[in-house]
Design a protein around this ligand. Structure first.
Ligand SMILES: [Zn+2]
Length: 145
């Protein structure tokens, strides 16, 4: 819904910013689509997540494409819901990574973001589904639950 306060939207709300460049790559203006879809950091994260979840590489043009990608998977209903959770957690972790870079000066790596996605999505799926017997090692395989 374009409500995430990225730099391009903040300037439209008359909030002064020093630069509108993406804090991750510095190559493009920071827009919602850029930080979640087209930034090199985001693309690298999505590539690793796609490989982990054993789905074809996500080719998305918008955040909506990512949010709805589980609908086109060939997973069982339960596994598709888990994949949907992974996509939502990935969006959250990309946003958190961006905030850490901007506000804490943190250096963010693809590996850091992916590990956070795996840990947080495991907690979400384990605690929000009937998968209470799901082990972390099974989750790491994303296919054995
Ligand atoms: Zn970028």
């Amino acid at each position: 819904m374009d409500r995430v306060p990225v730099l391009s939207l903040l300037t439209k709300r008359n909030i002064r910013v020093d630069s509108m460049d993406c804090p991750a790559c510095g190559l493009m203006e920071e827009t919602t689509e850029h930080i979640f879809v087209s930034c090199g950091l985001a693309q690298s994260v999505w590539l690793v997540i796609s490989t982990w979840c054993k789905v074809p590489q996500l080719f998305a043009f918008s955040v909506c494409d990512i949010v709805e990608s589980y609908k086109y998977s060939k997973f069982s209903k339960r596994k598709a819901k888990a994949f949907h959770a992974v996509c939502l957690v990935t969006l959250w972790c990309l946003w958190k990574a961006r905030k850490d870079m901007v506000h804490n000066g943190s250096i963010v790596t693809v590996g850091n973001v992916v590990e956070e996605v795996k840990a947080l999505s495991y907690l979400w799926v384990k605690n929000r589904s009937s998968g209470s017997s799901l082990s972390r090692s099974d989750w790491e395989k994303f296919g054995c639950f």
